[in-house]
Write a protein that binds this ligand. Structure first.
Ligand SMILES: Nc1ncnc2c1ncn2[C@@H]1O[C@H](COP(=O)(O)OP(=O)(O)O)[C@@H](O)[C@H]1O
Ligand SMILES: [Mg+2]
Length: 355
């Protein structure tokens, strides 16, 4: 295995909180961090070097490639083409191919379905007429989602009946989309899986994920029995996806717990909010395992450190609760250093581990 020893420099594209927590894990293992992003962000509090440039600035990317030993990304709403160019001069892990599939809802669903995954019924919708035919085929309730650039429930519109078609089409700005049948689920969960350069897998027990207004509110481990029963099948699917992509790093698949098995929702080619509990709640965090994977080190144990773990997101004004949280002797408070509180903005999280 082509190991990058501690002291090497890891390039991270994106300067958000995921980059910040990757940076902390990398520093602990003795690596240096170079962040590349258009503007300063939470990751810039923990880096050794920072390039401020647009994600498609080829000249700046070429210089960045010279300065680092491996490149990873913490943000998937970037063009895959410049990343593929970057990969000609420096290893990019996970690959630009993984990025381009995961950032396109039609591609990710097709890819996962080919590997035996089951998704809610869906149709590609590229114009208003296609929306009508998709509604006729799939029925309502349904959700219209833009193919690209959706996150935290943005770029989505719900249709209770066909009468909502005009409003939904306007709400997503008439962008290329998919119409997806509404899943009447009891639970949502995710599989966070690390794949090493040698092809080894390490996946965490699936957390139960609770969303509010389309944004993750909390993740709890262990998940209820209905989710635990789907763990093996969902983790095996995530493993097949990772193998098919020759994936290196942490990969996340989101699921609904269906009556007859896991229903695949979407995937992210990166560490994930539903894996933040692993910092204190698992022997090796998702961030450390991502760094280990992309540097060619053996993966660490994903075992849980307590009988129960809960991660609660601090969104918008909820971050003002920090003085009460820090007064709880056993709560682990994480604040992302964002100066401005905005509604729906992820400001931090808190993890509680019960021994
Ligand atoms: N087909 C569906 N049926 C029911 N709920 C859904 C469906 N798709 C999405 N949701 C709800 O909306 C949330 C956000 O949707 P998701 O596709 O994961 O987009 P995002 O990229 O914003 O995370 C999901 O976690 C789930 O709670
Ligand atoms: Mg999601």
């Amino acid at each position: 295995m082509n190991t990058l020893p501690p002291g090497s420099t890891i390039g991270i594209i994106g300067a958000g909180q995921l980059g910040r927590m990757l940076g902390v894990a990398a520093a602990q293992l003795g690596y240096r961090i170079h962040v590349f992003a258009p503007a300063s962000g939470p990751a810039c509090d923990v880096n050794n070097a920072f390039t401020a440039a647009a994600y498609d600035d080829e000249a700046a990317l070429a210089q960045f490639a010279e300065a680092v030993d491996v490149v990873t990304y913490e943000f998937e709403n970037i063009e895959a083409a410049p990343i593929a160019t970057l990969a000609k001069s420096v290893p990019v892990r996970p690959s630009a191919q993984a990025l381009s599939i995961a950032q396109d809802r039609t591609q990710e669903k097709t890819f996962v379905e080919k590997l035996g995954g089951r998704a809610a019924p869906w149709r590609a919708v590229t114009n208003r007429q296609e929306l009508d035919s998709a509604i006729a085929e799939i029925g309502c309730p349904a959700i219209l989602k833009t193919i690209r650039f959706g996150y935290d429930g943005k770029g989505q519109a719900r249709l209770a009946s066909a009468d909502d078609a005009d409003a939904a089409w306007d709400a997503i700005g008439g962008n290329p989309a998919i119409l997806e049948g509404f899943v009447d689920f009891d639970h949502e969960f995710s599989i966070v899986l690390a794949r090493g350069m040698d092809g080894a897998h390490a996946s965490y027990p699936p957390p139960l994920n609770g969303h509010e207004d389309g944004i993750l509110a909390r993740s709890t481990v262990p998940a209820p029995a209905q989710v635990a029963a789907l763990w093996t099948e969902a983790a095996a699917l995530a493993g097949r996806v990772a193998d098919a992509l020759d994936y290196v790093g942490v990969l996340t698949l989101e699921f609904f717990a269906g009556k007859d098995g896991p229903i695949f929702n979407e995937m992210a080619p990166r560490v994930h909010n539903s894996g933040h509990w692993t910092i204190e709640g698992a022997v090796t965090s998702q961030f450390e395992n991502h760094i280990r994977a992309i540097c060619g080190l053996p993966l660490g144990s994903t075992a849980v450190t307590g009988s129960r773990v809960e991660m609660e997101n601090l969104i918008g004004d909820q971050a003002k609760r920090w003085p009460r949280i820090i007064a709880e002797p056993e709560a682990h408070l994480h604040l992302y250093g964002k100066s401005e509180i905005r509604p729906g903005r992820k400001m931090g999280h808190v993890t509680r581990v019960w021994r």
